[in-house]
Design a protein around this ligand. Structure first.
Ligand code: F6P
Length: 343
């Protein structure tokens, strides 16, 4: 009987439990034992684990979050932690690890693989910015939450003749802003891939007002930046273990500028972690399930250092190295289509 372990790292994401359930169910078919590592890479440092059974995963398919917890722990910050990870892998008799995460979690997986640890990855992020996979699970759920928010903002914006700014997640890539903005009929979408010109944004809003449209909806990704600014708008200078500062504040920045230049009532909504919480959509549940089963099959074949990816409608293996080498930013052709509806 094989003993495999699973962990979830980085920001949580709807669909994590669906992957865990799929991994456990598929592994049990092979008569393998599955260990849930608690709180991402942290659990491998501290040795906090639990056996996952059929019973542990019962009823978790529609549940958001992760039953085994997550953290943004980076064992490579401290050589002693890497040693602890390696010792615990031996101590618990772990023969393979499935790491579910985004860029940061999977870059740790890659480094461990390069040190001889049998690891496979599952791509996760609501931001949809991982290379090599058409979609990550969690993204579709986030998009539907944001689209619903835009629809709701529309009616109140129209009634009060206001500019409504919706700040959404998206650190390096504006996928959520672009897709939800298009679905919700946003009048302006600002993304990290295309530094915006405040004058152009104002000109577009004015054009709308001149056409008798007395309200506007702007969707801004947290990583969007005005042209000429070197730094992101941030909430604090504190960095996580992977060197990221907490973004946030672009919405208020925009509101101040718009009110100053147009004298029109402006309100800001920051959706924040609402985008990451709650039940996954049907699409995300199915994608997560396919990824989970795919990851177990990779272990069965002895194919390590790989990540399962969605390409077209197929789940394919991809070298972890290729997946974490660069982030997948918004397709500018798609953004051009979104722009048709600006102003
Ligand atoms: O997982 C990525 C992400 O959703 C980013 O868009 C965002 O900057 C970050 O998570 C915020 O997460 P937390 O508040 O958990 O650090």
């Amino acid at each position: 009987m094989k003993k495999i372990a699973i962990l979830t790292g980085g920001g949580d994401c709807p669909g994590l439990n669906a992957v865990i359930r799929a991994v456990v169910k598929k592994s049990l078919q092979y008569n393998w034992e599955i260990i849930g590592i608690k709180n991402g890479w942290k659990g491998l440092i501290t040795g906090e684990m639990e056996i996952l059974t059929d019973y542990s995963v019962s009823g978790i398919l529609p549940k958001g979050g992760t039953i085994i917890g997550t953290s943004r722990t980076n064992p490579f910050k401290n050589p002693e932690d890497v040693q602890r990870v390696e010792e615990n892998i031996k101590r618990f008799g772990i023969e393979a690890i499935i790491a579910i995460g985004g860029d940061d979690t999977l870059s740790v997986a890659l480094k461990l693989y390069e040190r001889g640890i049998p690891v496979v990855g599952v791509p996760k992020t609501i931001d949809n910015d991982l290379s090599g996979t058409d979609y990550t699970f969690g993204f579709d759920t986030a998009v539907s939450i944001v689209t619903d928010a835009i629809d709701r903002l529309h009616t109140t914006a129209e009634s009060h003749h206001r500019v409504m700014i919706l700040e959404v997640m998206g650190r390096h890539a504006g996928w959520i802003a672009t897709i939800a903005g298009m679905a919700g009929g946003a009048d302006e979408i600002l993304i990290p891939e295309d530094n915006f010109d405040m004058e152009r944004v104002i000109a577009n809003l004015k054009k709308r007002y001149d056409r008798g449209k007395k309200f506007s909806i702007i969707v801004a990704a947290e990583g969007a930046k005005p042209a000429g600014e070197d730094n992101h708008v941030t909430q604090s200078d504190e960095m996580d273990e992977f060197g990221h500062v907490r973004l946030g504040g672009i919405g208020h920045y925009l509101a101040k500028e718009i009110q100053k230049r147009m004298n029109v009532e402006t309100r800001v909504t920051i959706l924040g972690h609402v985008q990451r919480g709650g039940t996954p959509t049907a699409y995300d549940r199915v994608l997560a399930t396919r990824f989970g089963v795919g990851a177990v099959e990779l272990i069965k074949e002895g194919s390590f250092g790989k990540m399962v990816a969605l390409q077209g409608n197929k789940i394919v293996p991809l070298n972890l190295k290729d997946a974490v080498s660069k982030s997948k930013t918004v397709d500018m052709g798609l953004y051009e289509i979104a722009k048709v509806f600006f102003g």
